[in-house]
Design a protein around this ligand. Structure first.
Ligand code: MAN
Length: 353
């Protein structure tokens, strides 16, 4: 598999994004949703900001208050044994009955625009900012599905009651309408197909079941994009392979001659995130017809291997022009990058079931 990583990589780093909040620093500009709009490439960045802490023993957790529309900051000491600071992304609570974690940063969604797909300018303000009680810990990892002039944007909505997926709609990337939560917690990595198939909308989603099951990919159908049903299990973890611990949809699926191609992420038990592909039947996307044995893209480049959370390539969107698949992806939960892959090479590399 030939992979052409852009010379400009990383395309956007935290240093390119001015903090929106006073006294905060941007620690991530990553996992962006991708769209083409008005002759430009839109990268809808997940921007993660955290309150600056002068003291390494003090960790601060920002929380959005929907009543005041302000952020509140919880200050915790790393000596406090009631909390678990081992994962830099979260603060665990070692108390019976506390089924949630604080996040060490708050994410919101901000647009970066480009004429050439390589050089991006970041908008001065957020586009989608937390706005309700299901988003008090932030909004993350957006995907964008274009249908005609309408762009559906959906993202993880994080709060103490769980991580679910919410939907908004825009036609101009200036204003949007909020359509509420479409998949209840715990669910992430929703991918809405860009057209109806046999009269139905389809979406992949990734629940995290607790008593039975694992973080694996499901598919559901809808008549209106808001109410989803007829859920089916789509594909799962594979012991001993690159996708044996967690998987989830990545880029918005696109149509090829051989089927719907989905570039998804898979992680190992030691949290190494790679991208691979799965091919679904054109007429019935609940049927898997082929899958990558080995990953297509692995976190090999320095900006993928090292960062806030190293060893991660995580795509939320591609642009497909003829045989060229431009895969935009978050690198190390820190930056945005892009690489080009050949569509025919991807299709030839799959193992057909
Ligand atoms: C995980 C990671 C974080 C994210 C939280 C909440 O811990 O993916 O980046 O903020 O989940 O979604």
């Amino acid at each position: 598999m030939k992979i052409y990583r852009y010379e400009e990589n990383p395309l956007i780093t935290p240093a390119d994004v001015k903090p929106y909040h006073d006294g905060f620093e941007v620690i991530g500009a990553f996992n962006a949703g991708i769209a083409e709009y008005n002759g430009e490439v839109i990268m809808l960045l997940r921007v993660a900001e955290r309150p600056i802490s002068e003291d390494p023993k003090i960790v601060k957790a920002p929380i959005y208050n929907p009543e005041t529309n302000e952020l509140e900051i919880i200050t915790l000491s790393t000596d406090d044994e009631r909390y678990d600071f081992s994962d830099p992304r979260t603060i665990g609570i070692n108390e019976v009955g506390k089924g949630w974690k604080y996040l060490t940063s708050l994410s919101y969604l901000r647009i970066a625009r480009s004429k050439d797909g390589h050089n991006f300018t970041v908008d001065p303000e957020p586009f989608i900012y937390p706005s309700n009680e299901l988003e008090t810990f932030g909004v993350e990892d957006p995907r964008i599905t274009q249908m005609g002039d309408e762009y559906y944007i959906y993202f993880s909505a994080v709060s103490p009651v769980g991580v679910g997926e919410s939907l908004v709609k825009t036609t101009d990337f200036k204003t949007y309408g909020h359509l509420g939560m479409i998949f209840a917690p715990e669910n992430k990595d929703v991918l809405i197909f860009p057209e109806k198939i046999n009269g139905k909308y389809y979406a992949m989603h990734r629940p995290v079941p607790k008593s039975n099951g694992a973080p694996e990919v499901w598919i559901a159908e809808s008549d209106n994009l808001r109410y989803w049903g007829n859920h089916k299990f789509l594909f799962g973890l594979r012991e001993g392979k690159w996708d044996d611990a967690r998987i989830g949809g990545g880029a918005v699926p696109f149509k090829t001659e051989k089927g719907w191609l989905e570039l998804y992420h898979g992680a190992t038990k030691d949290h190494r995130y790679c991208m691979g592909a799965v091919l679904l039947d054109l007429e019935d996307p609940t049927k898997v017809i082929a899958r990558s044995e080995a990953p297509l893209v692995e976190p090999d480049a320095p900006y993928e291997a090292e960062g806030f959370f190293g060893g991660v390539v995580f795509s939320c969107g591609v642009l497909v022009h003829g045989d060229v698949v431009k895969m935009y992806y978050g690198a190390a939960d820190t930056s945005m990058a892009c690489c080009e892959l050949s569509l025919s090479e991807i299709l030839d590399s799959l193992t057909y079931l």
